[in-house]
Design a protein around this ligand. Structure first.
Ligand SMILES: Cc1ncc(COP(=O)(O)O)c(C=O)c1O
Length: 365
């Protein structure tokens, strides 16, 4: 049996007719930039997230960049985030001349350590990017209280957390802004690059709309210098179709996670879902003794795995100039050495799930 980490083909095949039809419509109408497909998706995605504004963007990275620009970050402002995330979270901080201030994470959830966060806030801290890693949100109510107390702009990096919840609220409720990625492998993924910014703040939404479309409201009237960070209509049309399935796909991910939780060996640490959280399992991440041997064993039996992420950001060559020593963020470093992502996607069958569980358990017998 051959089981990929994520099966994009199985997903496409399951909705082939509706996707092929909508792509043909966009082609027939040659409506590629802005226009009704984008507007419809933005309205539907805002309704889905229960926020006032959703603005399509060209990627999750440009969404983060727009959020930081809209936050008004100035040179030397400090932005707090975690080291165990994808580099887009921090490279956009550098792109607005901000300074990265890392906070370590909790060993059970791999999410920001809130007690540690309180200690790292300085007089220069202006914003906080909370990463909903693997599809789970941390205690956003508490984090929002801290952000309000210190007058920090709160950004939720929800690239991995479409439809996730904390106390019944999705990304965008607690933060000033939440950003999403629609990279193909994401829980809601398009067929290229795409992303979105969501917010309940009218002024932020208006500013972001200007920034992402060359600073213009009408065709050749530019109010500010901006960017070309638009989501194109073909991707918006595809996302509109896929959005109708997102809730069902999320429930399937959660069912597969429940199966793994129940049947996987006690020798491995399984992901912890906080009681107030709805985890959407973008990744099902285990902490596995003898990880490399397990990985090779699974690979030999056709089971593909991943590591998200193998090098914490503070130890990446790109951040050598920050001169942060190994050992500075021990939990993130420990996770990088021990975590393993095992196959997780809605179309996984019971036979595939059993095969994966049997092989992992057999390895530890
Ligand atoms: C946590 C996180 N933030 C940001 C991004 C960037 O998204 P994109 O690849 O759409 O630019 C990703 C995508 O992998 C991500 O996982």
């Amino acid at each position: 049996m051959e089981i990929p980490l994520v099966d994009l083909k199985a997903n496409y095949v399951s909705i082939k007719k509706e996707i092929d039809d909508v792509i043909q419509h966009v082609l027939d109408e040659t409506s590629f930039i802005n226009g009704p497909y984008l507007e419809e998706f933005e309205q539907n995605f805002a309704r889905f997230c229960n926020v006032k504004h959703a603005i399509g963007s060209s990627s999750g990275t440009s969404a983060l960049h727009l959020a930081l620009l809209a936050a008004g970050i100035k040179s030397g402002d400090e932005i707090i985030t975690v080291p165990n995330t994808f580099i887009a979270t921090t490279e956009t901080i550098s792109q607005v001349q901000g300074r990265i201030n890392f906070v370590d994470v909790k060993p059970d959830t791999a999410l920001i350590d809130i007690d540690y966060l309180k200690k790292k806030i300085t007089s220069k801290t202006r914003a906080l990017i909370v990463v909903h890693l693997y599809g789970q949100m941390p205690d956003m109510k508490h984090i929002k209280e801290i952000a309000d107390d210190h007058d920090l702009f709160l950004i939720e990096d929800a690239a991995q957390a479409h439809a996730a919840e904390w106390q019944g609220h999705q990304p965008g409720y607690y933060g000033d802004i939440a950003t999403f990625s629609f990279f193909p492998a994401k829980n809601l993924g398009c067929y290229g690059d795409g992303g979105a910014v969501v917010t309940n703040n009218d002024d932020l939404a208006e500013h972001i709309r200007l920034l992402l479309n060359h600073g213009r409201k009408q065709k050749y009237k530019h109010y500010i210098e901006g960017y070309n960070y638009r989501l194109d209509a073909l991707q918006a049309a595809i996302l509109n179709k896929k959005l109708q399935h997102l809730q069902g796909w999320t429930e399937k991910r959660r069912m597969h996670a429940a199966f793994y939780n129940k049947h996987l060996s006690e020798n491995i640490k399984k992901p912890v879902e906080a009681s107030n959280a709805k985890h959407v399992y973008y990744m099902y991440e285990i902490q596995a003794p003898k990880r490399e041997e397990l990985r090779n064993f699974l690979q030999k039996h056709g089971i593909h795995t991943g590591i998200h992420y193998p090098i914490p950001l503070h130890l990446q060559p790109a951040y050598e100039h920050l001169k942060i020593e190994k050992g500075s963020y021990p939990v993130s470093e420990h996770l990088a050495d021990n975590i393993l992502s095992i196959p997780m996607y809605p179309e996984l069958t019971k036979d595939q799930l059993r095969y994966i569980v049997d092989h992992i358990n057999r390895f530890y017998d």
